[in-house]
Write a protein that binds this ligand. Structure first.
Ligand code: 13P
Ligand code: SF4
Length: 354
């Protein structure tokens, strides 16, 4: 196997400083009013709600009740592209809104907040990432979807957690050497699974990086029959203990398909809403983010996903503010690796069937 070479990156600002917007709690009547208003506005604006599994459960439910979707990042991109609505309302983090806009320039793409970042996106500023690519011109540049439009524009391929292994495997079979960014944990996992020659950027997800291998081992001892489900943005010591490693939708599928009655889940706890809906009879246990001796168990919730609320969703639909705009030259360049990903495994233009 090739040894990954990590590089140091510039110190980023305090990644958890999101302006500490608390998740609002609503009275039953406020909630009904907000929900009714959002439903009406979606119709009035010819808009469809595209939500990620980590956002507020109220928003997830609304997306499904109104003909939108709650999905992983790849499915969100596909859904937005295939839907006829002229406006896409993306409830998630900024790279998800940007991906929607890159793929659908003719549509209006708005988000409940434009402040919802992602620590992976922040960890790969275009200038330093681009310099890294320039220093390794013989390598194919593969970037995770959790990146800015400018970083995508610099890449040969974009991947998500749903297709990263298959795409890198395909490139490795062709003898290509790879630059991977920005998630070092996902990069190490892909490298382990594919044996590809990868230079790996030093980024991480603040939520998944917090899962602890040692306390997970202790928890597993208490639940010997539980299956362990892990998102591959987690550290390798956590991934190594998994029965299933995969994207958010893969983990939800595992809860419904595996015969186990108990599941230990290492990903953002927003996903529990969908898991409970799909498999209410199963016991779901949060994987620990605290070290040995700590009193709390888990606090795995993305601070930026948590910035999406019914309140800012209503405001955005009323004002049609928070629109995603992307420089057209960057958009066209970013469209190339994204289109390559979207058509991978999809027929004659696809690079490979899986
Ligand atoms: P998925 O593509 O698996 O939904 O992951 C997106 C993400 O940001 C996970 O932290
Ligand atoms: Fe980014 Fe992690 Fe939040 Fe996903 S959970 S959006 S990878 S910070």
């Amino acid at each position: 196997m090739n040894t990954p070479i990590s590089i140091s990156i510039q110190t980023t600002p305090d990644l958890l400083d999101t302006g500490s917007i608390p998740t609002p709690s609503y009275s039953a009547s406020e909630r009904t009013q907000l929900r009714d208003r959002i439903k009406q506005l979606l119709k009035d604006r010819d808009a469809v709600l595209v939500a990620h599994y980590y956002v507020d459960s109220e928003i997830q439910d609304l997306a499904e009740e109104t003909g939108g979707t709650v999905a992983d990042s790849l499915e969100m991109a596909r859904f937005g592209s295939n839907h006829a609505a002229s406006t896409l309302v993306v409830a998630g983090v900024r790279f998800m809104g940007e991906t929607a806009k890159i793929l659908n320039p003719e549509k209006t793409v708005i988000m409940p907040t434009l402040q919802a970042e992602c620590s992976l996106d922040i960890s790969a500023p275009i200038d330093t990432f681009s310099r890294f690519c320039d220093q390794n011109p013989d390598r194919t540049i593969v970037v995770y979807a959790n990146t800015s439009a400018a970083v995508k524009a610099r890449a040969d391929w974009v991947v998500t957690s749903s297709n990263a292994i298959a795409i890198v495997e395909h490139l490795h079979e062709q003898g290509q050497k790879i630059i991977w960014g920005p998630d070092k944990h996902l990069g190490q996992y892909i490298q382990q699974e594919t044996g590809a020659d990868m230079l790996i950027w030093d980024g991480a997800c603040v939520v998944h990086e917090a899962f602890k291998a040692e306390t997970l081992e202790n928890l597993r001892a208490n639940y010997p029959d539980a299956a362990v489900l892990v998102h591959p943005e987690s550290p390798m010591g956590v991934v190594a203990q998994a029965d299933v490693v995969g994207s958010t939708s893969r983990l939800i599928k595992a809860v419904t398909e595996l015969p186990n009655k108990q599941f230990i889940v290492a990903t953002d706890n927003g996903i529990f809403h969908k898991m409970k809906k799909m498999a209410g009879d199963k016991q779901l246990i949060e994987a620990p983010t605290a070290g040995v001796g700590a009193t709390c168990e888990s606090c795995a919730h993305c601070p930026w996903m948590a910035m999406n609320s019914l309140n800012n969703l209503v405001s955005t639909l009323e004002s049609m503010n928070n629109e995603i705009t992307i420089d057209e030259t960057i958009r066209q360049k970013a469209l190339e690796p994204l289109t390559r990903m979207m058509s991978f495994g999809q027929g004659p233009e696809g690079a490979k069937k899986h």
